[in-house]
Write a protein that binds this ligand. Structure first.
Ligand code: SF4
Length: 66
């Protein structure tokens, strides 16, 4: 079963529309268990509202690594 947060996740539609972001769905959202490693999922499980641009790996969408 994929991530139970898909319905309300503001990032998921972007991950779905943007081909270059598909890898995140493959490795987190659409997996049976690995969504539990997602930074967004973990924050929301602890009762915190994740930043809208927070990526599953803890980076922020649009921020380039130096
Ligand atoms: S980004 Fe994280 S919280 Fe959102 S749907 Fe994917 S795995 Fe779930």
């Amino acid at each position: 079963m994929p991530c139970p947060k898909i319905e309300g996740c503001p990032l998921y539609p972007e991950l779905k529309l943007e081909l270059s972001l598909k890898i995140w769905r493959t490795h987190y959202c659409d997996t049976d268990e690995d969504y539990r490693r997602c930074a967004r999922y973990k924050l929301s499980q602890s009762g915190e509202m994740p930043h809208p641009r927070l990526m599953p790996n803890g980076d922020f969408l649009g921020e380039s690594k130096k």
